[in-house]
Design a protein around this ligand. Structure first.
Ligand code: GAP
Length: 513
């Protein structure tokens, strides 16, 4: 089995074992691509949401938040283009009867070519040692250049065929590349067909009067239809933004990779309303701002990259993904889209209501352009969780499993551990908990030897352990142990709160943006 798959399996099993993510309705054998967040998962998710909200809404005086309903008038989705164009190109394998996204089959094939490039780089780095110059190698090695040209050529052709809705050519590409069904190895494919991803439902009790609705496939439309309400009641001046977090639903066909691609998931989106003609400038600015937000969490600059879209969505004039290095390779984490005036103009047309902004500086009204940043909360969760899970070799020859979640996002900030279950130590520990719980999530743990308790908290992702021992009774000091370095210090009981505060305070982290 490939190493990547092992790592990913470990991520999934750790998420379950330590109370982060469970399969939905597990006792009934689960529901495909639907997951529940457990006691630790819900806290991590809440902290990521809050970290985004503070950066987007609280720290920007021209961005406000809303919370629109999941149900929207069905015409919304006609206007937005989702009824006609929110489709995936699907292909069935006639032998295994398995269904795939045709574009994903091709992209997976390209990923294999790119993996060959990585292999060449690793080999050359070993051969040349310190003298190795990766950029030069990538630019000059003939084998690498051939692989790259092949990968680029395939993606270009795929982008073009999808853009022209030439599904016959997508099938031809799959056949030419001799792509086989990952399950059966068969190359016996059906034609490629389009499949709409929205879930339908009904509003109302009686069969005749019930209204056909969709569960929203993106939160963005709740912002567009409220654009003028917010602008007027908030007396907002362009440029300004509206942000929202909330559930979205897509009937994903390739629903694998754990919480990476779910059927019910949460988005954190911001629509920035701007003067037409300024979209390029704002596109670059928001790409940079969002990149900085990611980097502020310290998860490694090398784990992020931008990917410019070849095939633009029906609403965009420019789009890029911020990709993250997940255990299964670089994949989309966040999208930055220049959506032009497409959505507002469509809603004007379908609703018959004006959705224009009167610009006092220009002394005229216009439909604003929109720059969107859209990140999946669950994907961000997976990025943080998978990046944090590490197996470390220790100096004494043992290994430890540690979940190095950035302290600001960690579900529990500290574990309070009485060294023994007697001599008044549990009472002192409990008193400390009673004081700290007003500011942070803290847990009490008195079971097993203290070393084992440290390991348990390392694996659960708790950044600090505070141990109360007999010396505490004498001089009111405790031991604080740092998860990432395993360093221990003796500090005063009265300092505990401030020391933890400093390291988990969002202000300290967000100042890096
Ligand atoms: N309003 C624009 C929009 O929805 P998108 O690229 O389709 O754009 C934005 O989605 C983000 O939502 C993605 O970058 C991803 O993080 C997340 N996302 C999309 N589909 C998802 C799914 N099925 N499961 C989990 N997250 C998803």
């Amino acid at each position: 089995m490939a190493k990547q798959e092992d790592v990913f399996k470990k991520v999934i099993s750790h998420a379950k074992e330590y109370g982060y993510v469970f399969q939905s309705s597990e006792i009934y054998d689960g529901l495909s691509a639907v997951y529940d967040y457990a006691q630790n998962g819900v806290e991590l998710k809440k902290n990521i949401r809050e970290y985004w909200w503070q950066a987007m809404v609280q720290l920007n005086d021209n961005i406000v938040g809303i919370d629109a309903a999941i149900f929207m008038h069905p015409t919304t989705w006609k206007a937005s283009g989702h009824v006609d164009a929110f489709n995936d190109p699907l292909i069935d394998n006639k032998d295994s009867k398995k269904r795939y996204r045709a574009d994903v089959l091709v992209e997976d094939h390209v990923a294999k070519i790119e993996a060959k490039i990585d292999k060449e780089v690793t080999k050359a780095a070993k051969r040349f040692g310190d003298a190795f110059d990766k950029d030069q190698f990538l630019a000059t090695n003939q084998r690498v250049l051939d692989y790259q040209a092949k990968a680029d050529g395939i993606l270009k052709r795929l982008g073009k065929s999808l853009e022209n809705e030439d599904l016959a050519d997508v099938k031809a590409l799959i056949e030419e590349l001799e792509i086989a069904c990952p399950l059966s190895g068969s190359k016996n494919w059906t034609d490629v067909k389009q499949f709409n991803l929205m879930f339908g439902t009904k509003l109302g009790a009686s069969a005749d009067s019930a209204m056909d609705l969709y569960l929203r496939p993106e939160t963005a439309q709740g912002i567009f239809v409220n654009f003028l309400n917010v602008q007027k009641t908030g007396r907002m001046k362009i440029p300004f933004g509206i942000a929202q977090t909330g559930k979205a639903f897509r009937n994903e066909i390739v629903a694998r990779q754990f919480i990476f691609r779910m059927r019910e998931f949460e988005q954190m989106e911001m629509q920035y309303f701007i003067k037409p003609g300024t979209q390029q400038e704002w596109y670059e600015k928001w790409k940079e701002k969002r990149h900085k937000w990611h980097l502020s969490l310290g998860m490694g600059e090398e784990n992020y990259r931008f990917h410019d879209h070849e095939k633009l969505a029906h609403y965009a004039d420019a789009a890029a993904d911020i990709e993250f290095k997940f255990p299964f390779g670089f994949k989309e984490l966040e999208g930055i889209h220049s959506r032009t005036d497409f959505d507002l103009s469509q809603h004007e047309e379908y609703s018959g209501k004006k959705l224009q902004y009167f610009d006092p500086e220009e002394n005229k009204s216009y439909v604003p352009y929109v720059l969107e940043t859209s990140i999946g909360l669950d994907r961000m969760f997976l990025a943080v969780f998978s990046n944090s899970l590490q197996e470390e070799e220790l100096e004494n020859g043992t290994t430890r499993t540690v979940l190095k979640i950035p302290a600001v996002l960690a579900p529990t900030k500290a574990a309070i551990l009485p060294l023994l279950k007697r001599d008044g130590l549990p009472e002192v520990a409990q008193k400390l908990i009673d004081e700290l719980k007003w500011d942070f999530n803290v847990v009490y743990d008195e079971k097993d030897a203290v070393g084992r308790r440290y390991r348990r908290q390392d694996a659960a992702g708790t950044p600090f352990c505070i141990t109360v021992d007999h010396q505490t009774l004498e001089d009111e000091t405790v031991t604080i142990r740092h998860r990432d370095t395993m360093e221990q210090q003796r500090i005063k009981l009265s300092e505990v709160k401030d020391i933890i505060s400093k390291e988990v305070d969002m202000r300290y982290w967000l100042q890096k943006i």
